[in-house]
Design a protein around this ligand. Structure first.
Ligand SMILES: [Zn+2]
Length: 154
């Protein structure tokens, strides 16, 4: 029988918010890389996470993601109000299965569709908040198994 024990995290709880959120795909194989990029490179420790399949795809007015879209917008509205967000980072990633399997986007059009979707997502977020700063990035796999983050012009 499994014993259920209490676990205490080695990370202390910091009450301060950085007033930033990231919307990215829930693909757990990229979790460490997303954290490193956001926390270390963009200097956003303790950023709020909105990890959902396809990331910003659900804000891009695809017919099949209507329900996800409404839910994600509600969550964003809450975070912008209550956590007083000042910036939102959108990250799409290469070879996202949400695009190929759920949205049926062909591999050849995948990346350009992801860029279009990030721009649409920006418009949706703008409709909620005029002040919040929005940035977009594309996570690309390198030939030696690393992940590289490139800025996307929104
Ligand atoms: Zn994905």
């Amino acid at each position: 029988m499994n014993r259920i024990e209490v676990f205490e995290s080695r990370y202390p709880f910091d009450t301060e918010r950085v007033r930033a959120a990231a919307i990215y795909c829930s693909d757990g194989r990229l979790g460490e890389q997303f954290d490193e990029f956001l926390q270390s490179y963009l200097n956003l420790p303790r950023y709020d996470r909105l990890a959902i399949p396809g990331g910003a795809a659900s804000l891009a007015s695809h017919f099949v993601t209507f329900r996800e879209s409404e839910g994600l917008l509600e969550q964003l509205r809450f975070l912008i109000d209550v956590h007083q967000l000042e910036q939102i980072v959108l990250i799409a990633h290469e070879g996202c299965a949400f695009y190929s399997d759920r949205l049926k986007i062909s591999p050849l059009q995948l990346e350009s569709q992801q860029q279009i979707d990030m721009r649409k997502a920006l418009q949706r977020v703008r409709a909620i908040s005029k002040q919040v700063q929005i940035r977009g990035f594309f996570a690309r796999f390198t030939h030696n198994g690393k992940v590289r983050f490139e800025p996307v012009q929104l």
